[in-house]
Design a protein around this ligand. Structure first.
Ligand code: PEP
Ligand code: MN
Length: 376
């Protein structure tokens, strides 16, 4: 399935001449001096295409700095006049949209907490009707592709064709090195659904840690994302919000200088031939993997039949533990991470259980079958 979005290319609304495309600026506008001085230093790097700043801050807990409010729009206007940089602001209500547009903000974005709420997104979309302004939609805080897609559709349905997505990672209960888990596969799924939709990566909110920004930025570019949004502050140590993840404009320039740009399309014929050859090898192996998995399922069905005849439960925890243990050890010896092998086995095992359940239910009366599924 493909999404039916009506969108204009990125270069119709932002300078894509700089490689990579970078949008930068402070997490929050704090004072006129902080914002304007940061903007000047960023402009001097020559590496950024737009200036971002949070004017209204959606905070998870009350009592934290909730943004400087409308006055910050005046500071942004000054920063734009003095540096020539177009400006970008987060909007979360119809009133934000109106005020930002009135103040001449060039690009609007919908924040992660707003994207999670269709009422909020619809309110923003309604306020955008009849307006020609670029809008970027951050992924929702939870890893729900449909919510992200739904928000993009609502904004697009309102007539906004200068549209992009921002991948800022997802909150997760499990502790990791990142503030928000990138879950790259969710962004890749969006790209598959809407190949023409630009995706901008936000390594600042993914990492929550300035030391990891370069690493995540590189990964985003390698996955063919169209740009980066990176928070920058004239003095991150005293930033009012997101202090740990902001970088000075000089550090930002250094991060960008160390990124390697790779091309999605290969033009050189020799490289092309080699790529085709390697891809053919991959295709063959993938076919083989699928064929083998299908064979494995047929055996699982036979076992299901046997278990049924002998009144054995589908799941035997001991056997499953043994499979996990043996295969992950084997995988590690072949340089597959334990986590990968475990995930793969879980997928295969779940499908096996589903197939065995089918076999067991095929001829058995329903009540009887349910009784046998004690472990599944
Ligand atoms: C931000 O960009 O400063 C912000 C609040 O981001 P998010 O909506 O991704 O949390
Ligand atoms: Mn922030």
């Amino acid at each position: 399935m493909k999404l039916n979005l009506n969108i204009q290319p990125l270069n119709t609304w932002i300078n894509t001449g700089k490689e990579p495309l970078v949008i930068s600026g402070p997490c929050s506008a704090e004072t006129e001096e902080q914002l304007v001085a940061t903007a000047h230093l960023l402009a001097q790097t020559g590496k950024i295409s737009a200036l971002r700043a949070g004017i209204w801050k959606p905070r998870t807990r009350p009592g934290e700095f909730e943004g400087i409010g409308s006055i910050g729009l005046e500071w942004l206007k000054r920063a734009k006049e003095e540096t020539g940089l177009p400006t970008a602001v987060e909007v979360a209500t119809a009133k934000h949209v109106e005020e930002a547009l009135k103040a001449g903000v060039d690009i609007l974005w919908v924040g992660a907490r707003s994207t999670a709420n269709p009422f909020t997104v619809q309110e923003i979309a309604d306020a955008l009707k009849g307006v020609d302004v670029p809008v970027m939609v951050k992924n929702p805080v939870n890893p729900d592709l449909s919510l992200w897609v739904g928000a993009l559709e609502r904004i697009n349905n309102a007539g906004i064709t200068k549209l992009a997505a921002i991948h800022r990672g997802f909150s997760s209960y499990e502790k990791s090195a990142f503030r928000n888990e990138p879950m790259w596969d969710v962004a890749i799924s969006l790209k598959t659904l809407a190949p023409e939709l630009p995706i901008i990566n936000d390594p600042s909110h993914i990492t929550g840690n300035r030391d990891l920004i370069g690493y995540v930025s590189q990964k985003a570019l390698d996955l063919d994302m169209q740009g980066l949004m990176i928070e920058s502050h004239i003095d991150p140590s005293v930033a009012w919000t997101d202090a740990k993840q902001q970088v000075t404009p000089a550090a930002l320039a250094d991060i960008i200088d160390h990124l390697t740009l790779r091309k999605p399309e290969v033009r050189n014929a020799e490289v092309n031939d080699k790529m085709t050859e390697l891809r053919n090898q991959i295709d063959k192996i993938d076919d083989l993997v699928i064929q083998k998995i299908a064979e494995r399922m047929q055996i699982a069905e036979k076992i299901g039949q046997y278990k049924k005849e002998n009144n054995i439960t589908i799941l035997q925890v001991g056997r499953w533990d043994e499979i996990l243990q043996k295969r992950t050890t084997y995988g590690k010896a072949l340089k597959l991470s334990g986590e990968f092998t475990e995930k793969l086995l879980e997928l295969v095992h779940n499908e096996s259980i589903r197939r065995q359940t089918e076999v067991m239910n095929a001829e058995a009366g329903q009540g009887q079958a349910a009784e046998k599924l004690t472990h599944a």
